[in-house]
Design a protein around this ligand. Structure first.
Ligand SMILES: C[S@@+](CC[C@H](N)C(=O)[O-])C[C@H]1O[C@@H](n2cnc3c(N)ncnc32)[C@H](O)[C@@H]1O
Length: 325
């Protein structure tokens, strides 16, 4: 009778194959987006640099004059007047003003700007502080556009702009009195190697100023680990840079820096960046199309939520190479 007919073996087998394929697919996607497939890659640093170059290379297409050429989140509160800032370029320049004043940049400083992007910040810093600058960025394309910005501003004699990696700086020991890096750190493989390079190229008593995204308090649950790794992959950051503020300071101290000051300012960065961006979306849509515009909006929303739930932080950090080092 039809009622008692056992299910055909083939259909059971097919169900199992579908489940197995689905499981393998999920594992592969997770492994891919968490970077687990990268283990064992020879010369990982070069591989990672290529990834970072492709990431910023794509952003560059049709995009380099957007946001005035700045690639930062900006600092949306003026800490001198305590006033809120409402325009993107003002927030970007406020960040650079804050960093420069925090480590006393003057016209006589021997100043190295690492991860300078398209040198927009250097145009601002030269005009504001009258300093000479040596600036480096990983991307040849950023350096090429940066040189155009310098010529346009008529300050090509004040800024020496080079392509180089922060992790292997092409400068002699003790060449600089001031080293700055805004938002390059998370991308570097590794940020600690850049800090060792900073220690090497700074003169005794020299100072640094960094700004970047960090974790407020690292959680070790597997779900948190997974989300850190996925965010690192999507943002082309090195997984070796995933640690919280406490560890950040400890690692700087281990390298030998002193007088370390870390100011946490995530709520003056991500929420306003996310809101400010809305008014720019329409303009961005024309340049970047649907997917990138709304994908970017979604990522900004997540960043904002993470900052409000005190997962992610944005820090301004200064410190010193001891005078006797
Ligand atoms: C978020 S952008 C910030 C750029 C710039 N500070 C600004 O505000 O426009 C990060 C920059 O870090 C650079 N970068 C990433 N890894 C680097 C490395 N290993 N050495 C030097 N620059 C690097 C990228 O090319 C990019 O220009």
């Amino acid at each position: 009778m039809a009622k008692n007919t056992p299910k055909p073996q083939a259909s059971q087998g097919r169900g199992f194959s579908w489940c197995l394929s689905f499981f393998v697919l999920i594992v592969a996607i997770v492994a891919y987006f968490t970077g687990l497939l990268d283990y064992g890659i020879e010369n990982y640093e070069e591989f990672h640099h290529e990834r970072v170059k492709n990431f910023y290379g794509q952003i560059l297409v049709d995009f380099h004059e957007y946001h005035g050429g700045y690639l930062t989140f900006g600092l949306w509160r003026n800490y001198t007047s305590n006033e809120k800032i409402t325009k993107f370029e003002d927030a970007a320049e406020n960040l650079y003003y804050e960093l420069a004043t925090r480590f006393n940049l003057t016209k006589d400083s021997k100043f190295l700007d690492v991860a300078c992007g398209m040198a927009t910040q250097d145009v601002y810093l030269v005009k504001k502080f009258g300093c000479n600058i040596t600036a480096v960025d990983l991307l040849e394309k950023h350096v090429a556009i940066g040189k155009q910005h310098l010529v346009k501003a008529g300050i090509q004699d004040k800024v020496k702009l080079l392509q180089a990696s922060a992790t292997n700086l092409p400068f002699a020991n003790e060449s600089f009195s001031h080293v700055m890096c805004a938002e390059g750190g998370p991308h570097m493989h590794t940020r600690e190697q850049f800090w060792r390079e900073t220690m090497r190229v700074l003169q005794p008593g020299g100072v640094f100023a960094f700004s970047e995204s960090t974790l407020q308090k690292r959680t070790d649950s597997w779900l948190a680990q997974l989300s850190y790794r996925m965010a690192s992959y999507l943002w082309r950051c090195s997984v070796d840079n995933i640690y919280d503020n406490e560890e950040y300071i400890r690692k700087l101290q281990q390298i030998g820096f002193t007088d370390i000051q870390l100011k946490s300012c995530n709520l003056d960065v991500y929420p306003d960046y996310q809101l400010s961006s809305w008014e720019d979306r329409a303009q961005l849509y024309k340049v970047r199309g649907y997917l990138t515009t709304w994908g970017g909006a979604f990522i900004d929303l997540i960043l904002r939520a993470y900052s409000e739930y005190e997962v992610i932080d944005y820090v301004l950090v200064t410190g010193k190479k001891p005078p006797n080092a």
